[in-house]
Structures are given as C-alpha cells and as structure tokens.
Design a protein around this ligand. Sequence first.
Ligand code: AMP
Ligand code: MG
Length: 344
Amino acid sequence: MLRRHTRCLTSDLEGIRTAAEILRADGLVALPTETVYGLGGNALSASTVRAIFEAKGRPADDPVIVHLASASALERVAVANQVAAKLADAFWPGPLTLVLPKRPEVPPEVTAGLDTVGVRVPSHPVAAAILRACDLPIAAPSANLFGRPSPTTAQHVLDDLDGRIDAVVDGGPATVGVESTIVDVCSSPARLLRPGGVAAEAIEAVLGERLALPEKRTGAQLAPGMLPVHYAPRTPLSLVVGSHARDRLRLEVASALDRGERVGVLALSDDLTYLPGGVRVEVVGGWSEPRVSAARLFDALRALDAAGLDVLFARDLADPELGLGRALADRLRRASRQVLDTRD
Ligand code: AMP
Ligand code: MG
C-alpha cells in the first residue's frame, strides 16, 4: 500500500478548507462526526472508495455509508420515499442512516454491489462544514483498522491509520460515541439494521409503527466464542449478561486473579465497590446513564487494550432492550470473545 504522510488538521476555518481541498482531490481525510470519527473520501470516485477500504483493511463486501451536507442533497445519491422524508425531517442532521435505492452515479464499491445505499447527514459542526465546503457526497466508514474498536478521538485515528491516510481533522472527542442507527426504508415496515445513536423507540414514535427487526442471526453466531467479532480489543474480552451479571462478573474476575492473570474491567460506576482490588478498571457511566457509557465505550476499550493485560471483562452497561442500551449491547457482544449468560 502507498505510504501517505498524514497531516493533523485543526478544526478551524483553515483546517476545514484544507480538508475540503484534499477531499476534492480524491484524498482520504478522517473527520470528526457526532458518532465516531469517519474516514472520508469522494463517494463518486470508485478508486477513492477502494483506497478507503485498503487503508482500513476492510473487506470489499461491507458497504460504506455516504455522508451529505443536507437532506436536500439526498437525491444526488439515492431515490427517496415518504418514510425517508419523514425520518430525515425528524432526525437529520443526526446519527441516523437511511438505506434507500441508489442512483447509478454511486459506484458499486460504495455499496458492495448492492442496489441500495446507506445515507446520513451528520450533525457535527466540523463534519457539516467540511461537507458543505467540498460539496461532494462523502463515503465514510469508521476511521479505524477493520475490526478494531471504533475511533472517538483524533488520537485513536492516528493510532490505527497514521501513514495510511492524508489527514485527520481534530474536532475533539465524539459526543455520541457509538455509530449511527441504520434503518432500511426500502421495505414496509422499515427495518432496523443496526441499533445506534438514535433510539429505535424514537423512530417508531415518528413512524407510528414498530420497526421490523434485523434478519435472524444464524445459529453459529449465537454460540459462545463464535460471535461475529468486530469493534474488538486484541485482549480477549468476556461479556457477562443476564440477571446475575454483577455477581458472576465479580466471581470471574476473582478466579482470573487467582490464576495469576492481569485483569481489566470495563466497569459501571455502580460496580466499583463490588470489584476486588488489583484490577485495572476503566469506568463508564452508571446503569441508567447509557449516554455517558456510549461516549466512553470505545475509548475505554482501547485504553484497556493498551494496558498489557491478559483478560478483560465487562457486563451489559444498560438495559440491552431499551434505547441506547441496544447499541451498547450490540457493540459489547461483537467486541467479546465469549458471552457468559447468567439467566437461569
Ligand atoms: P460503518 O462501518 O459505520 O461505516 O457502517 C457501515 C455499515 O452500514 C455496514 O457494515 C452495513 O451494515 C451498513 N450498510 C451500509 N450500506 C448499506 C446498505 N446499502 N444496505 C445495508 N446495510 C448497509
Ligand atoms: Mg466501523
């Protein structure tokens, strides 16, 4: 792969102008969004989109999301419908991606050959300014190496992609911290493809009907140790779920310490007093503070991964079937090597 000099740009007018120039010249720029940092490139250039995949080491069969400056640009890349218009009106700019039939101008590299395209309008002021300044639809997956925890700071981007992209714009830490909610609005009822920054319940309230759920997962994906690993630290993470999760977490941590292992825990603030000493802890929010936990999640996973530990543990950070808790549960399951279910 071509080695690139990665510039670190500020999020002022000068940085925004430079980022837009690089994007117009078909370069790769990591930009801050409210969800996570995105690795942006001209969505209408097949070779630029191929370069995004190469920089991330992302398999070509995983479609990327197209980012627009405003909903009025939607028809440049997709064929809208009434449901899309309603949701765009309610949630854009913001962390909601709509999957719609694509226009022929969008190269197949963006959509992994699908005839649909995922589109969103980010609310982050720096992302919005760059999108306006370059006046292009920008394809942007998360700006990390494929499979690693998503980047929520410019430093996370550099840790993964320094030398592989042209620039990163430092806009400070991402405020939402988990990726967008993805809704397929091609079918009726609309289908939730990925839980994310917008609560499914809020979308259902706007639509006045329930969302269809993602296609059923295969049996293999439900087996412990065989989950589709993504967003994952290199240190093996075990996730404890179910009604007795806190007690089981304490037990698992104590046994690992007994075995002489160096242990890290992604901990709820509520759990601090329950954990044995001698453990490296990264604290997120409390059980009823999923926004705080979402904003901290990937940074905490990266910090634990960098700490030279043998094993990591976590438990669900909020109700896994409610609001932002769904996105937290989804990311934690994919980040885990095994899920220990205490429901009995
Ligand atoms: P990210 O890794 O945050 O860029 O999100 C990309 C994800 O969006 C993909 O892994 C897909 O799950 C989803 N996605 C993007 N485009 C489409 C599409 N046309 N149809 C279905 N899912 C899509
Ligand atoms: Mg990603």
